[in-house]
Design a protein around this ligand. Structure first.
Ligand SMILES: Nc1nc2c(ncn2[C@@H]2O[C@H](COP(=O)(O)OP(=O)(O)OP(=O)(O)O)[C@@H](O)[C@H]2O)c(=O)[nH]1
Length: 239
């Protein structure tokens, strides 16, 4: 994109909506909060569904990213996120076969909706918790095969390690959303956080954990006051 800014009808930064779907406990909240705050937080209230906002400047393009961390009950209406989302992240834990089966169900319902509504929003299958390699139940090949079946992007990542592992996933889907909306015209190769890259990084000395990461972060922005709820809870913060 070489620093060129995307112009929009009203001159404002574009807004992109990303929804996270998946079984309880796969790390939807952990990934959302890591992306927004760069921190790994251990405990969440599993019954909360919320939307968080982050300002980004990617390749010289300013944008506003809204992330919905869903809590899907039996009787809740999936249209609330299906209509809202510009891009979907279907998350499973690599240590849980059950969450992988659930991810397939989400992929089926999302792709069915998109097809029925002639929409082409990008979908990413995301295998989380690769820091727990020793408990892995879903191989990378199996994840990749499922993603290919649904013509979706595929990533493996962890919310418990470096911020970049999570950022890569979000930026990957943001690039695809931009491309789908005609805001980006370059050939983008989906980023993979490979086990090799992850383990190589594990062997390197880690950057200091405390405090914010290197890049200036404008922090969470109030959308409907939800972003600020984060800081009122007694979370355990690990980095
Ligand atoms: N080791 C490890 N633990 C993780 C990771 N991501 C999340 N967790 C932990 O897994 C548990 C569930 O994570 P959540 O983010 O609450 O999962 P969720 O998908 O939002 O599910 P609910 O909050 O239960 O709706 C928490 O204890 C997290 O700390 C990860 O990448 N690695």
């Amino acid at each position: 994109m070489s620093g060129k800014r995307v112009s929009h009808r009203n001159g404002n930064s574009p807004d992109y909506n990303i929804v996270l779907l998946g079984e309880l406990g796969v790390g939807k909240s952990a990934l959302t909060v890591k992306y927004i705050t760069r921190r790994f937080i251990m405990e969440y209230d599993p019954n909360i569904e919320d939307t968080y906002t982050k300002h980004e400047d990617i390749d010289g393009t300013e944008m506003c990213i809204h992330v919905m961390d869903t809590y899907d009950k039996e009787d809740s209406d999936p249209l609330r996120y299906l209509r809202w989302a510009d891009g979907f992240m279907v998350v499973y834990g690599i240590t849980s076969r059950q969450s992988f089966d659930k991810a397939r169900e989400y992929l089926e319902s999302v792709t069915q909706y998109l097809k029925a509504n002639s929409k082409d929003s990008p979908v990413a299958l995301v295998g989380n918790k690769i820091d727990l390699e020793r408990y892995r139940q879903i191989s990378k090949v199996e994840g990749n095969t499922l993603a290919q079946e649904f013509e979706s992007l595929f990533f493996e990542t962890t919310a418990a390690e470096e911020f970049e592992y999570v950022e890569d996933v979000f930026h990957g889907i943001i690039h695809e959303i931009q491309r789908e909306k005609g805001d980006r015209h370059v050939n983008f190769q989906p980023l993979f956080i490979s086990e090799e890259k992850f383990h190589a990084a594990q062997r390197r000395p880690k950057s200091p954990r405390a405090g914010p990461d290197k890049k200036e972060d404008k922090g969470p922005t109030k959308k409907n006051s939800s972003s600020f709820k984060l800081f009122n809870k007694s979370f355990k913060i690990f980095n």
